[in-house]
Design a protein around this ligand. Structure first.
Ligand code: PGA
Length: 250
């Protein structure tokens, strides 16, 4: 199977108001000046999805940051995958470590959310990653491959599932694993997917996330089995995000 087209996705987390959408104009400008061979996505807060979709020029796609597993109903404060789709999203992040840690989301809950994305016609960007304690104990690969096994739905396919490896200790800390550690983990995730989905596994996009910056993007994106990035802090300013996308400049 041919290698998947890389994806560089920006996760704005709980940052951004209407005025922040000017960054999308700057991003589109930069992309028109320096074309890249990757897909580019911004995941703003849910309140901005419709406006972001209307504003984002060119090929920039818009994603959500979380969704309910339910399509509708009495779930005050929740947003369904169908609602994200209706607002203009084409993807949704599920199982981000901040959701797992701050909202107690289990692998089963993450799997249900991924299936909800599929039901609504969205791509599910499923996040996995170990804590520092788990890495220090030598359990990182076992933990992450177990998360993949339990969080990725049985009927997953490259057309609608992306897996993002985000070591919890690298998120927002400025610390990153070595390229060798990234390659080892992505290789283990790919092998786990191969065991489950056969040759199709090579088509899944495996993103790396956690303190990706312009200064380290080329090295991280150059790792074997890394098919793009999930970027937090450095996606808030178009100039930084473009510096990461440059790793895929054509
Ligand atoms: P960071 O966040 O790039 O700010 O480390 C990554 C993420 O949480 O997706």
């Amino acid at each position: 199977m041919t290698r998947p087209k890389p994806l560089v996705a920006g996760n704005w987390k709980m940052n951004g108001v209407g005025a922040s959408l000017a960054e999308l104009d700057r991003l589109a400008d930069g992309l028109s000046q320096t074309p890249a061979s990757c897909d580019v996505m911004i995941c703003p807060p849910a309140t901005l999805i419709a406006a972001a979709r209307a504003r984002a020029a060119g090929s920039i796609t818009i994603g959500g940051q979380d969704c309910s597993p339910e399509p509708s109903g009495a779930f005050t404060g929740d947003v369904s995958a169908e609602m994200l789709k209706d607002a203009g999203a084409s993807a949704v992040i599920v199982g981000h470590s901040e959701r797992r840690q701050l909202h107690g989301e289990t692998d089963a809950a993450v799997r249900a959310k991924a299936s909800a994305a599929r039901r609504a016609g969205l791509t599910a960007i499923i996040c996995v990653g170990e804590t520092l304690e788990q890495r220090d104990a030598g359990n990182a690969v076992a933990i992450v491959t177990a998360q993949v096994a339990a969080s990725v739905p049985a009927d997953a396919a490259p057309e609608w599932v992306v897996v993002a490896y985000e070591p919890v200790w690298a998120i927002g800390t400025g610390r990153t694993p070595s390229p060798a550690d990234v390659e080892a983990m992505h290789g283990a995730i790919r092998a786990a997917l191969r065991g489950r989905y056969g040759a199709q596994a090579d088509g899944f996009r495996l993103l790396y996330g956690g303190s990706v910056k312009p200064a380290n993007a080329a090295e991280l994106m150059g790792c074997t089995d890394v098919d793009g990035a999930l970027v937090g802090g450095a996606s808030l300013k178009a100039a930084d995000f473009l510096g990461i996308i440059k790793a895929y400049a054509t």
